[in-house]
Design a protein around this ligand. Sequence first.
Ligand SMILES: [Zn+2]
Length: 130
Amino acid sequence: MSVSPFKAALKLKCPQCGKGNLFSCSNPYNFKKLTDMPDHCPECGLSFMPEPGFYYGAMYVSYALTIALSVFNFIWIYMLWGFVVMPYLVINSTLLILLIPVFFRYGRSYYLALIYKIEKGSGKRRSHNE
Ligand SMILES: [Zn+2]
């Protein structure tokens, strides 16, 4: 049975089996364990750290999420109150700051799923399947 890597990423699960948790602690607001990930998927053995510095690319994903949320906030604030700068800046920056740990994790999750999907499509494997 194969799972969609992006559906698995939404649940912060392994892109290969969709069962193993990507992060050791499920609460993203536990800052001491925010970045803790097992080296390999506990269910299927897929490497969660395929190479040193792998997750630098996750910054682009969390950047895209940040832009998407900012555009979304602009639209609903514009529809409610028209073009108001200060309320937008206050609401948007508050939400972005509060969601830093969430975007950080989804950045990693979706980046891993994206690279997994690309490499699976090209026939390259970086997992350690038994
Ligand atoms: Zn797995």
